[in-house]
Structures are given as C-alpha cells and as structure tokens.
Design a protein around this ligand. Structure first.
Ligand code: F6P
Length: 360
C-alpha cells in the first residue's frame, strides 16, 4: 500500500445503466487495493460549485447494492456549462473558479470523471485551469466517444431497444402494420443499427447514411409481395427528413430537443397508402433499469483501470476498450475523434448482407 490518497468521483451528462457498477468498482479498487478514501461528488460539477462542496465518503462495505442499480447514486446533470453557467436572472457567468475551488477544498489528490465526450472535455478544461489530476471513464448510451469501442451504458440501451423490437414484431404481424421504433443516440446511429440487426428490423435508418422515402416504401412493398404482412423500421432520433430538415422541438424551458422522425416517416408511408403505420418513441426507457451483465463488466474493468492509472500517476488519460482489453489514451485524443457509425464498417455490411434497407 502506497501513500494515502483521497480520490473524488463524479458522474456527468445524461445518466445510463452501468454508472453505479462503475462507481462500485472504483470504490472497491481504491479502498481494498490501495487503502484510499473515495469522495462521491453529487450532481456532477454542481456538487463542486457548492460551498461547502456536496460530497459523501463512499466506503467499500457500502457499495455492493450498486452492482445491479440503474442510474447514478451520485446524481448528474447534462446542463450548466461551468464556463457559461446559466444564472437565475437569465445571464451567464463563468463559474469555473468556484468548481476548481471545490476540488481543492475537498483535498482531492485526483478526480475520476465519468462522462461522455462533452462532459470529459469540460472536465479536462477545468483540470488544466485548476491543476487537477483527472482520469476519465467514457459513458454514454450513444457510444460515440472517440477511440473507445465501448462506453458504459450502450449495451443496456441496445438490449432495451432490441427487446422493444421483439415485442413490436408480434403486434405488427397481428395487425399487418408497419411499426416504426424511434431510438436515441444523438447524432450517431449506433443504438439503431445494433438493435435493428439484433431485433430483426427490415429497415434501419441512421444519420450517417442518406435514404429515400421511395426506397423505404419499396422495401415494405417487396416484403408484402413476399407474403410478409408487416415490417419493422428502426430510426435514430437524429435522422433528417428526406429533404434534409432536422426534426427538433423546443421544450418548455426553451431547450432544443431531437424528436419527430418516427412520426414523419409514418406520415410519409401512410400518405402513400403503402401500409398502416404506428410509431413507438422509446425515449428514456433506454437509459433506465438494471445494467446488463456487459455494462457491469465494462464498468468494473474501467473502474479498476482508472484507479490503477491514478496509482501510476498517469493523469489526463481516459480509459478505453480496444481489442478486448482496457487501455488508456490522452483525453485530448479521445475528444478529438467523434465516433459515428462507419458507413463502410462491419455492422453496415452485416445489415446490408441480411437484406435490411439501410439507405442508399
Ligand atoms: O446523450 C444521451 C442521450 O440520451 C441522447 O441519446 C438523447 O438525445 C439525450 O441524451 C436526451 O437528453 P435528456 O436526458 O436531456 O432528455
């Protein structure tokens, strides 16, 4: 056992399944292997902004229930960029120094930040400015963080979307309908293509590949001619209309949100009298519930590796999953490479090889 350390941990950005098993792994590794104390910081950087900081000591003998728990016990936020923080009067203020002070007030030797590319980029900026020792762990159902093949939360989201397709197939067949499942994923189509293949979709539309309504309808008609009375379509939320318009709406707080492509497709298909259609928007169901075994595993592997990086004093690194092992890369490298679906990649070839219409 080396020098006594105090390590902070926070979860930032949208929640997902697998965050709690990751926290558990960090606490177990830090406490049992190194004898370090772990401070869980609540509500991402908001917890550090408070005076005193909102943080709690996490003990190895308390964390076992986290293995199967969804969400994040620490809370999180995907709002409030610390460098342009929205104030109650509508103005924005640079609160970075308040957050940086929180790290030092807690007497942290290092911070493990679990987040997507946006959160990890913000944490790095704070770390550079405030002289923090930062290690990142990638999490996002969108699976779009650069350099890593997998991020915590993706597998559970794919399982949920696949199960939705499994269920929709029966009702689509019973009513001879086309059912459209709109899934999350922000600007990337990873959830759509993975769940679409696994769940037997006939058409998968992702932001990375253009499509035409004519060809969507042609695929449905081809199936009808083969005696298949129903079709399943999976569409990623950021897919645009055929004319290239982004479908978004502004919520009650004035924020722009993705959504509506499922309904658009439904109207196009129905409007051409190709089939009766129904739309299911899966939404936040994809982020909830128990983490899958695979997300528990990846969270455990990332958590242990992140603590070991701190022990080796390798900071400004993000743990990654590459070729069946955990490695690490400089955070700058991870955030410089956005990871969309590769239109020439294996999953695209697989979908095309199965006869799924994936665009043109
Ligand atoms: O980035 C994760 C994600 O779930 C996206 O797939 C989705 O577009 C977005 O977050 C939803 O964010 P919110 O939780 O703010 O509705």
């Amino acid at each position: 056992m080396g020098e006594q350390k105090r390590v902070g941990i926070l979860t930032s950005g949208g929640d997902c399944a697998g965050l709690n098993p990751t926290i558990r792994a960090v606490v177990l590794r830090a406490g049992k292997q190194y004898g370090w104390e772990v401070m869980g910081i609540r509500q991402a950087t908001h917890g550090l902004m408070k005076d005193p900081p909102d943080a709690v000591v996490l003990k190895p003998n308390q964390v076992d229930p986290l293995l199967t728990a969804g969400g994040t016990m620490l809370g999180t936020t995907n709002k409030g960029n610390p460098f342009a923080f929205p104030m109650p009067d509508g103005s924005v203020l640079d609160r970075s120094e308040d957050i940086i002070a929180g790290y030092h007030t807690l007497g942290l030797d290092a911070l493990i930040g679990i987040g997507g590319d946006g959160s990890i980029a913000i944490l790095r900026k704070l770390a550079q400015q405030g002289n923090w020792n930062l290690v990142g762990i990638p999490k996002t159902i969108d699976n779009d963080v650069g350099v890593t093949e997998r991020s915590v939360g993706f597998d559970t989201a794919v399982n949920i979307a696949t199960e939705a397709l499994d269920r929709l197939q029966f009702t689509a067949a019973s009513h001879s309908r086309v059912i459209i499942l709109e899934v999350m994923g922000r600007d990337a189509g990873h959830i759509a293509i993975s769940a679409g293949i696994a769940g037997g979709a006939d058409i998968i539309l992702i932001p990375e590949i253009p499509y035409t309504i004519d060809n969507v309808c042609a695929k449905i008609k081809e199936r009808q001619q083969q005696g298949k009375n129903y079709s399943l379509i999976v569409v990623a939320e950021a897919v645009r209309t055929e004319g290239g318009d982004a479908l978004t709406h502004t919520d009650g707080l004035g924020e722009c949100r993705l959504g509506g492509i499922g309904q658009y497709l439904s109207e196009q298909i129905c409007g051409r009298h190709v089939a009766e259609t129904r739309v299911t928007v899966l939404g936040h169901v994809q982020r909830g519930g128990m983490p899958s075994p695979s997300d528990r595993l990846i969270g455990a592997a990332f958590g242990v590796a992140a603590v070991d990086l701190i022990a080796a004093e390798q900071f400004d690194q993000m743990v990654t999953w590459q070729n069946r092992q955990v490695l690490s890369v400089p955070i700058t490298e991870a955030i410089a490479h956005y990871r969309a679906v590769d239109p020439k990649g294996t999953l695209v070839k697989t979908a095309q090889g199965l006869g799924i219409y994936l665009g043109d």
